[in-house]
Write a protein that binds this ligand. Sequence first.
Ligand code: ATP
Ligand code: MG
Length: 183
Amino acid sequence: MRLSKIRLAGFKSFVDPVTLNLPSNLVGILGPNGCGKSNTIDAVRWVMGESSARNLRGQAMEDVIFNGSSARKPVGLASVELVFDNTAAQLAGPYASYAEIAIKRQVGRDGSSKFFLNGSRCRRRDITDLFLGTGLGSRSYAIIEQGMIARLIEAKPEELRASLEEAAGISRYKERRRETETR
Ligand code: ATP
Ligand code: MG
């Protein structure tokens, strides 16, 4: 599975609708300070269900909505869509046969989020479930950010274990067991 497109509108500095087409050999994003590199990564984490505004470098969830500039008024809605190429059918479950998987999240000024999976409204959980155990996801190690290597080196044994379990693909089953036991 490969992230092939990011569509943004009203998200942080990306006020006008834009589609970023990602080549298959992408290894990094570079550009001048403040051009939106980190905002792009925030967008990816956000769609995958990140629920902590602090992890997206904001105070509240509404902070992801474009809040105006000297030349532009603020907007009322932020929307981000990630398109994954699944032609290698690496995704298990009901979506294995889809060549393309699109996940979208929108948030308005009232702070309420809406999630969509291939155009249909879904729950946040459907999105997080989709990526559990794949190495992707809002807190995944597929995106290496500043400070992450240091955090891994300094991680407590149980935190390190959680990372290894995600890499080994068993976190999905542990999550299922936890749910069954707490029911
Ligand atoms: P650096 O090289 O310094 O890390 P960067 O390319 O990672 O820069 P970002 O952090 O992605 O930069 O972008 C910062 C810019 O995004 C700032 O100009 C900031 O004002 C703008 N920005 C962040 N949130 C919003 C928002 N909600 N509305 C409008 N602009 C925003
Ligand atoms: Mg940055």
